[in-house]
Design a protein around this ligand. Structure first.
Ligand code: SAH
Length: 454
């Protein structure tokens, strides 16, 4: 067995970016060192921090040669924070990087080259409409702090100027921090499970109103009245809830909410329709980009009007209801009860009757549809990062709709899932969208068309 060496420092030139947007240094022994904030062509002294799964991870100690594509990072704590690996790279380069990642991942899994379109840029790169930050206690400064985690740690990096946050979210988090310290609300301590406040989640609607969710580990604790009334002075916080999470887990939200004021959900507009968002319901993080994505999706199903469309992993129905409002007949399936309740509410207030949402696991649902020999003109799926299941894909190949449209937030699982579909479908369009500017993440729409019989 090859003996592992104890690599502490390395000097070299970055040859490529990994799919997570980290600079890659290749040693003569073919070891890879991944370095955040190092871009292609740059020469640096790097300190190696740790090794995981056969890869070294390091940080820049000294940069000797800078890339022309480098721009001043927008974030003041860019080096420490674990988010936004592409901050510091020009926006055009960020888009080129994402296109390449989609090309590479699809090729890696399918061994086929696809004509990946240029990434649709974000009209508003600081448009992230949901932000969730952990709270912790800073022992040195003896105060509660919130922020993002240092990469691969649970150490909180305080940051009042996060590039991804909208101005209103920043303002709310700043005043929340102040009030938490003023009223001595105890932050949760992950190690021993003591304390109270775990996370704050802020959601901003396109009307620039906010929902604030305080994730706490005990609903019986009474927050000081003064704390609530001071927080409430911010009239842009339309609604504020407590969410109970008393488990030792990395999952942010628990199941139970208690409304402190307002309606308990956030009013939102999308594709000319009115929606409501419950704390647990998913909503795409960049509103403007989500609109562009749905417009592009609508074009793909334009010619199959009159036939049923399945919207799997439908959330609150942003895709399905947009389609239904344009005359399509949509069946939606989503596992989260709250999201389906939001979808039903939206269908009702927008007067849409050609939309039928079901609370069920998408795979279970589609397998039932195959037994019924259901007839779909198109199947749309928009699963979470882990992608869909083999059984789901098998069922698609049994139902054989004219079109399959896969919306994915992870090119790796997208590539994996496309393999079986390619047996009976041709790829018509691969269109990435910049849903998550400054990060390495990319959203991709793939439109597939049933192959003609040979
Ligand atoms: N299409 C929606 C939501 C996409 S996010 C939109 O554009 O807004 C993925 C959604 O899949 C989430 O709402 C999540 O709750 C749901 N989900 C996760 N696992 C699921 C499963 N096994 N079956 C059905 N829905 C699932």
């Amino acid at each position: 067995m090859k003996k592992e060496r104890d690599l502490k420092f390395y000097h070299g030139v970055c040859s490529s970016l990994s799919f997570e947007g980290k600079g890659v240094l290749l040693t003569p022994e073919k070891e890879k060192i991944l370095v955040k904030g190092l871009f292609v062509g740059e020469e640096a002294d790097v300190e190696v921090l740790y090794k995981r799964n056969g890869l070294y991870y390091g940080k820049i100690k000294h940069l000797f040669k800078m890339s022309e594509k480098r721009v001043p990072p927008l974030c003041p704590v860019h080096n420490a924070c674990g988010g936004c690996s592409l901050d510091g790279l020009s926006y055009d380069e960020q888009l080129l990087f994402k296109k390449r990642v989609v090309e590479e991942q699809l090729f890696f899994h399918t061994s086929r080259h696809f004509d990946v379109k240029d990434v649709v840029s974000a009209p508003n790169t600081v448009g992230r409409n949901k932000i969730q930050v952990p709270f912790g206690y800073d022992r040195y400064r003896r105060k509660a702090i919130s922020g993002f985690y240092r990469e691969n740690t649970h150490e909180i990096i305080e940051n009042e100027n996060c590039v991804t946050e909208m101005a209103l979210a920043k303002r709310i988090l700043k005043s929340l921090n102040y009030l938490v310290n003023k009223y001595r609300i105890a932050p949760y301590d992950e190690e021993n499970g003591t304390g109270y406040l775990r996370h704050a989640l802020v959601r901003i609607s396109s009307r620039n109103k906010a929902m604030l969710v305080l994730v706490v580990n005990d609903l019986s604790y009474r927050l000081p009245e003064q704390f609530i009334s001071e927080l409430k002075k911010d009239k842009d916080i339309e609604t504020c809830l407590l969410n109970l999470n008393d488990q030792k887990t990395n999952v942010v939200l628990g199941k139970t909410n208690k409304c402190l004021w307002g309606k308990g959900y956030l009013d939102e507009d999308f594709h000319g329709l009115k929606f409501r968002l419950s704390p647990q319901s998913f909503f795409q993080t960049n509103h403007a980009v989500a609109e562009l994505l749905v417009n592009s999706l609508l074009k793909e199903v334009e010619d199959i009007k009159g036939k049923k469309i399945l919207d799997a992993y439908s959330g609150i129905g942003t895709i399905g209801l947009s389609l239904a409002s344009e005359g399509h007949n949509v069946i939606a399936v989503e596992i989260m009860e709250e999201a389906v309740a939001d979808a039903k509410y939206a269908a009702q207030i927008n007067g849409i009757s050609s939309f039928s949402p079901f609370v069920m696991d998408s795979t279970e649902f589609i397998m039932k549809e195959t037994q019924k020999k259901a007839n779909y003109g198109a199947i749309i799926l928009d699963p979470p990062r882990k992608g869909t299941t083999e059984e789901f894909l098998k069922a698609v190949l049994t139902l054989m709709p004219e079109k399959v449209i896969y919306v994915s937030c992870d090119p790796k699982t997208l590539g994996r899932d496309l393999v079986s579909l390619l047996e009976k479908y041709d790829v018509d369009l691969v269109q990435p969208f910049d849903m998550f500017p400054y990060t390495h993440h990319v959203e991709t729409l793939v439109a597939l068309k049933r192959k003609l019989p040979q």
